[in-house]
Write a protein that binds this ligand. Structure first.
Ligand code: FAD
Ligand code: 2HG
Ligand code: ZN
Length: 470
């Protein structure tokens, strides 16, 4: 496209959104940053539409001009999916942040894509309901981004991924037409379930502009415990016992390694050693019920007593107040936030069947240590969903840049083990740019072909978030 034509299209795009919807070059930097510093974005123009109609008009102009579109939500994604390029328009949904409707009796909420996740949670709570999606970035990620990455987080084992929480979507298709699929129905078998295509598509098939989502009764009793264990195998045995002993009321079950506690104590603000002695592994678990008088405390105490008698659990604390509960979860959040303080960190977001989590961790730790003695595995996360953030911290004193150049090499070692155990190379963060080549390596040819056909059918011009996922 020549410069005159490009300037003309940019002018037309800007006139759709007006001055409030145009980000000036001087203010564009936050839209180009990438969380992990592996990429740097750029764009011909950064636009912030205020309505579905504006999004549709922008997309129609881009489709006609074959101009690439890079959708963006809160830009908290961890796979580089929201990284734009200078050949196209970055469309950020942040101004589309209204709650359109809340139907307490139907247990649904309808929100625009740019609604911040924490705001959505608050709107549900104000109506005595729970929107259970919860993750570290909830103060800045948007529901459109959550849907587009099919985000997971800390409550998946009870309530499911974002995909399981979505009942209906409104989407601007790559030709600029609007598909209104905002249905609040638990049951509807009317042919292909189109919304599922857009959930987890990372902006490659269209722009999600609104969603109808499931709500749940708000928990009235919550019990949270942090437990110290000797072996990762014991953590997973405890998980099985906890599900059963709690009457299947387990909402979160997170793994924390000792290296993570040491790191948080050294680099975090205001943390104390959580238990009297140090332990190789910790489990942070939470059970909850919407019923008062559910006697969760008793169930938890009985579980712990039995687990300690069986030498599964060495020590533990149960939160005595909401403040203490928050403090335990603060350790978990800091674990992720502070990991890079230890130096270069090669990331993996993998899942295996829950029954094979311990085997995976043992095998993968051995394999990476054999390849690079001194490497420091930092495995943590949502093991109650079989999801391990198997991140690898550089050996102490190693050259960070040299170490990070070995990213692909360690990905291959770890992902080979994951696949051999029947697992997935991307549990919750998505493919984006970071895992695109890994997807091409591990996906079945027929899966890739089918995905490419879907992409070509919906986006024949290839303008939606080009270069991502496939
Ligand atoms: P962005 O980063 O802006 O975009 C992500 C992808 O979605 C991109 O491909 C983008 O093009 C596309 N996209 C965004 N909005 C739209 C739209 N409206 N229509 C179409 N495409 C769109 N993730 C988890 O799953 N679980 C966690 O526990 C978790 N914890 C995190 C903790 C921290 C501290 C951080 C920084 C991130 C964490 N993440 C986690 C990753 C991230 O927060 C999620 O992937 C989140 O869902 C991304 O939302 P976003 O609005 O920031 O999307
Ligand atoms: C979490 O669970 C996030 O805290 C981030 O998904 C994981 O940093 C990571 O690898
Ligand atoms: Zn996570």
């Amino acid at each position: 496209m020549d410069t005159v034509a490009a300037a003309d299209i940019v002018a037309r795009l800007k006139s759709v959104v007006g001055p409030k919807g145009v980000v000036e070059t001087a203010d564009a930097e936050p839209y180009f940053e990438e969380r992990r510093g592996r990429y740097r974005g750029a764009a011909m123009v950064v636009l912030r539409p205020a309505s579905t109609d504006e999004v549709a008009k922008l997309v129609a102009i881009c489709a006609e001009a074959r101009l690439p579109i890079y959708p963006q939500g809160g830009n908290t994604g961890l796979s580089g999916g929201a990284v734009a390029a200078k050949n196209g328009a970055l469309i950020n949904l942040g101004r589309m942040n209204r709650i359109r409707a809340l139907d307490a009796l139907n247990f649904t909420i309808t929100a625009e894509a740019g609604c911040i996740l924490a705001e959505l949670q608050r709107a549900a709570e104000a109506a005595d309901r729970l929107f259970p999606l919860s993750l570290g970035a909830e103060g800045s990620c948007q529901i459109g981004g959550n849907l587009s990455t099919n985000a997971g987080g800390i409550n998946v084992l009870r309530y499911g991924n974002t995909r399981e929480l979505a009942l209906g979507l409104e989407v601007v298709l790559p030709d600029g037409r609007v598909w209104n699929g905002l249905r609040g129905l638990r049951k509807s078998n009317t042919g292909y379930d189109l919304k599922q295509l857009f959930i987890g598509a990372e902006g490659t098939l269209g722009i999600i502009t609104a969603a109808t989502l499931k709500l749940f009764p708000r928990p009235r009793e919550i019990e949270t415990a942090l437990l110290g264990l000797k072996r990762v195998e014991d953590v997973m045995e405890l998980f099985a016992r906890a599900r059963t002993a709690s009457g299947d009321q387990l909402t979160g079950f997170e793994l924390i390694p000792r290296i993570g506690i040491d790191n948080v104590l050294e680099h975090g603000e205001g943390f104390r050693e959580p238990l009297a002695a140090k332990h190789p592994w910790y489990a942070l678990l939470e059970i909850s019920s919407s019923r008062t008088g559910a006697q969760l405390r008793q169930a938890l105490e009985e579980l712990l007593e039995a687990a300690m008698a069986a030498d599964l659990v060495q020590d533990g604390i149960i939160a005595e107040s909401e403040a203490q509960r928050r403090e335990l979860w603060r350790i978990r959040a800091a674990l992720a936030e502070q990991q890079d303080k230890l130096g270069g960190s090669i990331k993996h977001d993998v899942s295996v069947p829950i029954s094979r989590v311990a085997e995976f961790i043992v095998k993968a730790c051995k394999a990476v240590s054999e390849r690079l003695p001194g490497i420091r595995p930092y495995p943590f996360g949502h093991v109650g969903d079989g999801n391990i953030h198997f991140n690898l911290t550089q050996p102490p004193g190693a050259d960070k840049a040299v170490y990070l150049k070995r990213w692909a090499e360690f990905n291959r070692i770890v992902h080979d083990i994951v696949v051999s155990l029947g697992g997935s190379i991307s549990a919750e963060h998505g493919i984006g740019l970071v895992r695109r080549d890994e997807l091409a390596h591990y996906a079945q040819p027929l899966e890739l072909e089918t995905m490419r056909r879907v992409k070509a059918a919906l986006d024949p011009g290839g303008i939606m978030n080009p270069g991502k996922v496939l």
